[in-house]
Design a protein around this ligand. Structure first.
Ligand code: ADP
Ligand code: MG
Length: 343
């Protein structure tokens, strides 16, 4: 081959290489939407990303309509306004109710999907915040009891004085459902931010590295650490996400079912990582109610739930389960923060 020819052949090879590099760069599709009372943002990569994204947003809108406690045509509204009679719900709702009730039981009622009368009394859905008197709280606490929910196939019944609320679990369920849908659609890389720190990842970033998710400093505006996730889900429940203050006291949107008052257990946030987004969502809420000590004991007692957790205490101490040790790192400016690893 002459020099000129070899030069041309090399140039052609280089061109082909760069063309193939271009065509292998995965397509990226993004969308931000409002559902389940929060802002969600979905980022998908892959040839089929556009169609898969359209399907995912449809799914989220449908679930929102099914489970909103405040929309008059939702299934939860129908159950809550049935006056204590049996209500027929669709298959997906009954499956979520079934799994949620199991989680209520496993967490010994720290998660309780009948906490809604208290959530309402404190003014969280409406924004008309108030601090109920002790007598009212005692009365509200008597109306919170997941064990009174009866589920028979697709029919649900609960006493007329009680109300269901899937707010602590619906985003997790959505994450799980979407990750399944996206995998079936051939998506190998996606980051689903389902709002209020509920995250579902699919695979890795397009370059093969793990997704890096910031963990909010409850006492500041920045991230205090980073968690690396590959295909897993994550959920954080914190007292800084939805709250109001009165007379210098902070009242957050997570209710201790035993007292009907906002949980105050010494933790400011709990993050749960698991292959199941439903477990992340449900357990982050329950562990927030329990506090660090009880939560660590719960983690030790329930290896079958296959989760890891990270607690940030009121004093700023970070406690994490040993399975997160290699995926967690402190952010810049937080290198001196005390981290306690439990096993
Ligand atoms: P977020 O919705 O901010 O992600 P959570 O997943 O912790 O937070 O769920 C909190 C929501 O669940 C509240 O807004 C309320 O509707 C409901 N809720 C509050 N306390 C409990 C509880 N102990 N168990 C179950 N649901 C709860
Ligand atoms: Mg939750």
């Amino acid at each position: 081959m002459s020099g000129a020819r070899r030069g041309a052949a090399l140039a052609l090879a280089a061109l082909m290489l760069s063309l193939s590099a271009c065509s292998s760069a995965p397509k990226k599709e993004e969308e931000t939407l409002f559902a389940m009372d929060t802002v969600m943002s979905l980022t998908l990569y892959g040839d089929n990303a556009r169609d898969a994204l359209a399907q995912a947003t449809d799914t989220l809108e449908q679930l929102d309509e099914l489970w909103s406690p405040t929309q008059e045509d939702s299934q939860i509204w129908a159950v809550n306004h049935s006056g204590g009679s049996w209500t027929t719900v669709d298959g997906e709702t009954s499956v979520l109710l079934q799994q949620s009730l199991e989680l209520c039981q496993i967490t010994d009622g720290a998660l309780d999907i009948t906490a809604y009368p208290a959530v309402e009394a404190w003014g969280f859905p409406s924004g008309d915040y108030r601090v109920p008197a002790q007598a009212e709280l005692d009365q509200l606490a008597s109306r919170i009891d997941y064990s009174q929910v009866e589920l028979a196939g697709n029919r649900v019944r609960l006493p007329a004085s009680m109300s269901l609320d899937l707010g602590a679990v619906a985003k997790g369920w959505a994450g799980e459902l979407l990750s399944q849908q996206l995998s079936e659609a051939g998506i190998k890389s996606a980051l689903l931010d389902l709002g209020q720190s509920t995250i579902q990842t699919v695979g890795t970033k397009p370059d093969g590295s793990p997704w890096r998710i910031g963990i909010q400093d409850p006492a500041g505006e920045s991230y205090l650490g980073i968690l690396e996730l590959t295909g897993q889900a994550m959920g954080t429940s914190g007292d800084y996400q939805r709250y109001f203050e009165q007379d210098g006291v902070r009242y957050c949107h997570i209710i201790d079912p035993a007292t009907a008052a906002p949980a105050r257990s010494g933790v400011r946030s709990v993050t749960v990582v698991s292959s199941s987004a439903l477990n992340c969502d449900a357990l982050s809420t329950a562990l927030f109610v329990m506090g660090t000590e009880k939560g660590v004991a719960f983690w030790r007692e329930h290896p079958e739930l296959d989760f890891q957790a990270l607690w940030i205490g009121e004093d700023g101490t970070i406690t994490l389960t040993k399975g997160l040790q290699s995926s967690f790192s402190l952010a810049q400016g937080y290198e001196d923060r005390e981290v306690q690893v439990v096993s």
